[in-house]
Design a protein around this ligand. Sequence first.
Ligand code: GLV
Ligand code: MN
Ligand code: MN
Length: 412
Amino acid sequence: MKLEVDRTRLSSEIEALASISDAESPAVTRIVFTPTDLRARAWLTARSEEAGLALRQDAIGNTFARWAGSDGKAPAVGTGSHMDAIPNAGKYDGVVGVLGGLEAIRALQRSGFRPKHPVELLVFTAEEPTRFGIGCLGSRLLSGSLSPEAARRLKDGDGESIDEVRGKAGMRGELEDVRLPIGYYKAFVELHIEQGPLLERQGVPLGIVTNIAAPASLRISVGGAGGHAGGVLMPDRRDALCAAAELILAVESAARSSGAVDTVATVGICEVFPGAVNSIPSRVRLSVDIRDTDLERRDSVMRATENASQSISAKRGVTIHTDLLNADAPANCAFAVVEALSRSCKKHEQKFLPMVSRAYHDSLFMARIAPAGMLFIPCRNGYSHRPDEYASPEDIARGTLVLAETLATLSA
Ligand code: GLV
Ligand code: MN
Ligand code: MN
């Protein structure tokens, strides 16, 4: 089997997909179920059909593109990632795993390899939490980690429910039918950019993920008293933004003082109401994202956040209400997939680093229903979730080659 990745075509497909965006180039914004997301899906469907793959879409819009195996009863080997992109993102997050996965399948087809197990490209819906506040919507439903009832209660920023939004986007069927049976996949492998600087710093071209850190997210509403910025004297104030500012620093301090570099916490959204220069903020909405490889440490930052909320609320006379959006356990990658990836790297004489994924991925949830693993490639300066995110065509092609070899091993 002579495996060759078509680097030129893969690079031009990455550029083509990046041009389907709601942000001006080089930024990419592609929020789930917007007309732009639907155009990207149609574009990918056409590419998958060109490759002779059989397409299926479930009720939440997860898309499966299958290359049949010689054994009609054998479970599939899956690969894939996501195409949605947060506001002002780059071109590579998720996309490398989708288009690299597609090119890996095409490279295997060109090589003359014929799989016993079907090889399936899986494009997950809404890995990013932008629209519904919770990440990995598609893979949570696929793995039974989010119940259809809980999914139906989610609303977007305009108050529209998942069922309304997916219906308008043309997704048909019942959320109850999204969950995959255990044993559907023999293995699942996701190619992704590292989203951190370690591979580049160490000059190693590939990372094999051994475990994925545990993410949690909270939505916090602070309620104070608004009023005239000139008329209300300082002793009489109950400024919601000042209380929120204290809370943001308390979150930062809890993460910094955890004793481990693996603890990270971010307040990425701060919405101030009414948002007028001469009006005291009466309401603030914060998003808090807390992660750690260690569940107990992650949970202790969550407890510290709750304690800080209570004391700031009492001290400043404001209300602080916390909604827990998700608090997920970490995942371990499956030995069989890690082994297959390592062997593929060795076969192609590529150095690799065993590593932790600090970002979450759909593989966090796929690991609950299938042996799962991930392959990382470097990204410049470790930048991700920003327009200057960059992975070189050479690194993408190398990752795709090793992915193809791994899919061959697992599907033979
Ligand atoms: C995924 O995009 C993450 O935030 O880790
Ligand atoms: Mn992302
Ligand atoms: Mn991603």
